[in-house]
Ligand binder design. Structure first.
Ligand SMILES: [Zn+2]
Length: 148
């Protein structure tokens, strides 16, 4: 699942639940969302796909802008920031590896956690992009409407 969708769901949980419950719920939501059908292409094609590299980079930047500007500067909501960060945090392992190896191919997983995290994403499909982009717009719009 894209980072912006994880972050938006974490933000919605911050609005819906008291913070001590919302933080672990946001973390758990990450893995539930990763089990649902979402965008993905085979790992061995990711470095060759211009669209995949663009989409992954754009998603990463969207999360940074969302957290640092929209949530903290515009909305000034630390609870949403913390829960959105908790919701995206499991994927920071992938981001660190992409930066370190300069490769979007995440097929070589050496820890039990990353093997499990990769395995639960069995429903990654190319058509998932047509679900994830409208979902991101809808979730961020929903979050914006419920915080006011
Ligand atoms: Zn994930």
């Amino acid at each position: 699942m894209t980072g912006i969708n994880h972050a938006a769901v974490g933000g919605l949980l911050a609005v819906a639940l008291p913070l001590p419950i919302a933080i672990p719920a946001a973390l758990a939501s990450h893995f539930i969302l990763d089990m649902l059908p979402h965008y993905g292409i085979p790992q061995e094609r990711r470095d060759k796909s211009v669209f995949w590299r663009f989409f992954g980079t754009a998603d990463f930047l969207a999360v940074i802008v969302f957290l640092a500007f929209v949530v903290l500067v515009v909305w000034q909501r630390w609870d949403i920031f913390i829960c959105a960060l908790a919701a995206v945090s499991p994927d920071l392992v992938w981001v660190a590896r992409i930066i370190r190896t300069r490769s979007f191919n995440l097929s070589k997983n050496e820890t039990r956690f990353t093997r499990w995290h990769a395995r639960i994403q069995r429903l990654e499909r190319p058509w998932g992009v047509f679900v994830e982009i409208p979902l991101a717009v809808g979730l961020v719009a929903l979050l914006a409407s419920v915080i006011r």
